[in-house]
Write a protein that binds this ligand. Sequence first.
Ligand code: HEM
Length: 492
Amino acid sequence: MFYRTLIIPLIGLSSVLLVKAIAARRRRNPRRLPLPPGPKGLPLLGNLLDLPQIVPWEGYDKLCKEYGDMIYLKALGQGILVLGSRRRVVDLLDNRAVNYSDRVVLPMIKMMDFDWTFVSMPYGMRWRQHRRAFHQYLNNNAVPKYHPIMNEETKLFLQKIRSNPDQLFTDLQFLFGTTIMRTAYGFDDIRQNESLIHNAEKLVLELAKALVPGRFLVNYLPILRYVPSWFPGAGFKKHFKELAQLNVKTRCPPFQEAKRDVEDGRKGNHPSISFSLIDRLPEAGDPNRADLEAIASGVCAVAYMAGAETTVSSAMALVYILASYLEVQTKAQAEIDKVIGSDRLPLVSDRQDLPYVHAIVKEVGRWYSVVPLGVAHANTEDDEYDGYFIPKGTLIFQNNWAITHDPNIFDRPFEFIPERYLKDGKIDPSAPDPEIAAFGHGRRICPGRHFSNDALFLMAASLLATYNITAPKDDEGNVVPLKLEQRNPSIR
Ligand code: HEM
């Protein structure tokens, strides 16, 4: 309905933009290289109405099968490049990372007040400052500091599901939400964490919905930001405003409280990112203080906003797999019985002695794409690649789902086969790893992956050590086949 109401003014505006764009492109592309292949769009609207909205990663994969493993689309003047194979992703996002690590700050990011997160920051000094601070506390060597928090929360989770097994999915959400919240802020107050976790979940799901290419017109015609809220079809303004308010409510108070804790000498039981960052801030009155404080606050908040929902989605897929593939579960439990026994729970440090459980966690990351189209990169400069012209500022999606389901990389990709990572009873370092795509690419690769891998492994091994996971039964005792609730909001 929104499309229909605004279609005529949009066409007028788009014509002006189009004429300007053509003139500029002539200057920027002197060799007149073609754009990468893709479906022919409508005049002015381009491919806006072609952008797949339902299971878009499969839609883009189909287009790639038709036009080639890299397709170019245009929506109201905004170029969109979809990289559909590992080769294209490596060539551009890894090998030309200096040019391909930017983000287009879409209008709705600002409208939802999400421009504080370095996930959406343009490539540059400010992004680098945030990323460096984040990396310092969540790199591969730093993450073990948080294992005690993971252990405590995982134990609590196991107790909770004993008393109420029907709440498994809610408890999973709480497990990762609380683990990350405690890591970021050091809070132990469960009720406080609960409301923040729910808020963060809502924000992240709404953000992911809004990022699906073509879903919100304002992303392609920024001028729509200024349409009055009462204008028919402008309901998105109210929606984004409410989310912006929720964003402030979720992001600011925890950091302020962590600051008060540090000022009052209260130190949590375990190391937390906020404690270290706040402790190192220069004295009040220092000209750099405000800036460094904003970075510290952003780094803590992004950990739970970017980390909780993603890890929970993977964990849910893992539980679904264990209940659906009983032979996988039995094999994993036999391994745990043999290596750990029944006197204690597994630890992250047991991972190399539990290669089958490790392989299950890897295979979940491949089989179930949490971020199937990645987070769009952008190129800062015009580029020529493989005989094509790629204009600067192109939104570049990576079809991570297609890569982790490419039969040339992963044999029988739609089957769940942990054995594909094993050789002689150990993880085979030469086997292709889902991390070639699951966590993104190049300089923007997910910096929370070490944390997520450890927390997921611990949850999987502990759950397997303690329980049998089965699909629910109906009143007549028949197994009800599980449906993996696709949490990725790109499905309507
Ligand atoms: C299963 C779990 C996870 C998955 C599948 C995942 C996936 C991703 C993907 C695909 C990206 C985009 C990378 C790119 O632009 O190429 C990303 C970025 C990011 N992730 Fe994760 N992630 C997970 C867990 C986490 C956790 C636990 C944290 C924090 C503790 C986290 C923090 C971030 C941040 C801060 C970025 C932005 C990086 C940047 O733009 O420089 N993620 N993640």
